[in-house]
Design a binder for this molecule. Structure first.
Ligand SMILES: Cc1ncc(CO)c(N)n1
Length: 221
């Protein structure tokens, strides 16, 4: 049995927003096969831009893992995540040609810009390591939980969308998220009440940004 830590406690406390982020109508529509392809194209273009902006954030997490962590293995976990973003960008490019989405003409929507600004603020040296790790875990975990749901038993996910689902719904990504969660939990165990309050707040804000991000897909394009 895994030990229950702060993150599980917070997820229970904020269950409705967690569910909103991990079982959004867009994700559910992929799973049940009713997805509107124009929604998928919108999400694809917006997420490509998001991921490009996520690279400097993860690079910053990596630097903090080298400087502020007492454990040398933290750096290895984050480095693995950064390396997989390299593949991810290539995957987006091939998916862009497959769905005829020209990324050079995609304009970041408001939810995307706001999420990006939030990530930029988290890159400040004032933000404590446990807070950054909690945010990092939540960002990755929402995609893992969402896309794994599209691959679970009984899914009617269209075959041409299974590539996207496997990207974040595969077992390796699940284990990576679990390793990031362990790092966050270890850091939170030794944190002051003030840092804990900040980490909880940041966790909820990530979930809100994720919901708003999924919402963009409703607009179509
Ligand atoms: C909006 C968003 N959240 C999380 C991830 C996971 O990396 C992603 N690609 N996009």
């Amino acid at each position: 049995m895994e030990k229950r830590g702060m993150i599980d406690t917070w997820i229970d406390k904020h269950r409705s927003i967690y569910t909103a982020a991990t079982r959004h109508a867009f994700v559910v529509s992929i799973r049940d096969g009713s997805v509107d392809i124009s929604s998928f194209r919108t999400w694809l273009g917006q997420d490509y831009l998001f991921v490009r902006g996520f690279v400097p954030f993860v690079a910053n997490v990596l630097i903090r893992a080298c400087k502020d962590s007492g454990e040398s293995s933290d750096m290895e976990v984050v480095l693995g995540g950064l390396a997989s973003l390299n593949d991810e960008i290539e995957w987006f490019k091939s998916e862009g040609s497959k769905w005829d989405v020209d990324f050079s003409t995609v304009v970041p929507q408001k939810a995307n810009q706001e999420y990006r600004r939030f990530l930029d603020a988290l890159m400040s040296s004032e933000v404590k390591y446990p807070v950054i790790m909690t945010a990092f875990w939540a960002i990755e975990a929402v995609y893992q939980e969402s896309f794994a749901h599209c691959l679970e038993d009984g899914n009617k996910t269209p075959v041409e969308l299974t590539g996207a689902c496997h990207r974040w719904g595969n077992d390796g990504f699940k284990q990576y998220c679990s390793a990031v969660k362990d790092i966050a939990e270890r850091c939170l165990e030794n944190s002051s009440g003030e840092v804990l309050a900040e980490a909880e707040d940041v966790l909820v804000r990530v979930l809100e940004h994720e919901v708003a991000f999924w919402e963009m897909s409703r607009g179509g394009q």
